[in-house]
Design a protein around this ligand. Structure first.
Ligand code: 0L1
Ligand code: MG
Length: 253
């Protein structure tokens, strides 16, 4: 695909920020980018990760809550790609020096039981659901970013962990509790677009628009059920009522 050479430069700038854990300034300070440009930069960033041996294993949605959409002045979700290098096991220690200023948020994860075609209804492709946590780590200084910045930065994706998969079931209004050490925040899965299943419809639209493909076994992080908490050297635990729990522990080696 043809794109201005500056897009490669910006993808490298974001990639380097992630690799070296150094914040970068908002791209919008110096460049006029639209959302299409931002998704192209995101794809170039993912190409760089794939060239280093990472494999794309799914997708994630952001800005799925009314509060976050209002804060950013947007009405559509954003989508990023998940790679195998971001995957943690339930209960893992997670090295905090991998990140710049990590935050953790409680999520609902879906798993695809079969490849999704261009016109597929993703709901029909999903075979399991699970509690999950996502670690987000914006590469921008002081979390100062625009919509196009965050899309280019692969929607702040940094790491994730998924609890035990459960048979697909409605999870539209389940209580959610996230704790990091003594900090605790409670919410509901309904904060995710009213019902996390709506994230599958929204993701399907973005996949068709952007040419993203999803395959059997891929995971989808539907969005955050509460605000994020800073990830510290304490245990972090997420419980989704009736679905189960998932935990990780921040450590400083
Ligand atoms: O996963 C998400 O909620 C996307 C977050 C993107 C913005 C941020 O870093 O807060
Ligand atoms: Mg998230």
């Amino acid at each position: 695909m043809n794109h201005p050479p500056v897009f490669e430069f910006l993808a490298r700038r974001l990639d380097d920020a992630q690799i070296h854990r150094t914040e970068t300034s908002s791209l919008a300070d110096d460049f006029e980018l639209d959302v299409n440009d931002a998704y192209t930069i995101q794809s170039l960033l993912i190409d760089r990760r794939e060239r280093r041996g990472e494999t794309v294993i799914g997708a994630k949605l952001g800005f799925t809550s009314k509060a976050k959409m209002a804060q950013m002045g947007v009405s559509e979700v954003i989508v990023g790609r998940l790679t195998d290098a971001m995957r943690l096991a339930d209960g893992d220690d997670v090295d905090l020096t991998r990140f710049i200023h990590p935050r953790i948020e409680p999520e609902v994860a879906y798993r695809l039981g079969r490849d999704a075609g261009f016109d597929s209804d993703l709901v029909e492709c999903v075979d399991a659901v699970a509690p999950a946590v996502e670690i987000i780590d914006s590469r921008y200084r002081d979390f100062r970013f625009t919509l196009t910045d965050v899309v280019a930065d692969n929607t702040s994706a940094a790491a994730f962990a998924i609890g035990d998969w459960q048979p697909l079931q409605p999870v539209g209004n389940r209580a959610v509790r996230l704790s990091v050490g003594a900090d605790e925040i409670v919410g509901s899965t309904s904060a995710i677009l009213g019902d996390p299943v709506h994230a599958l419809h929204a993701l399907g639209r973005v996949c068709r628009q952007r040419g993203f493909t999803l395959r059997a076994g891929d995971v989808i992080l539907a969005g955050a059920a509460t605000a994020a908490l800073p990830l510290t050297a304490d245990g972090a635990r997420c419980e989704v009522a009736g679905l189960g729990t998932v935990a990780v522990k921040g450590v400083r080696p």
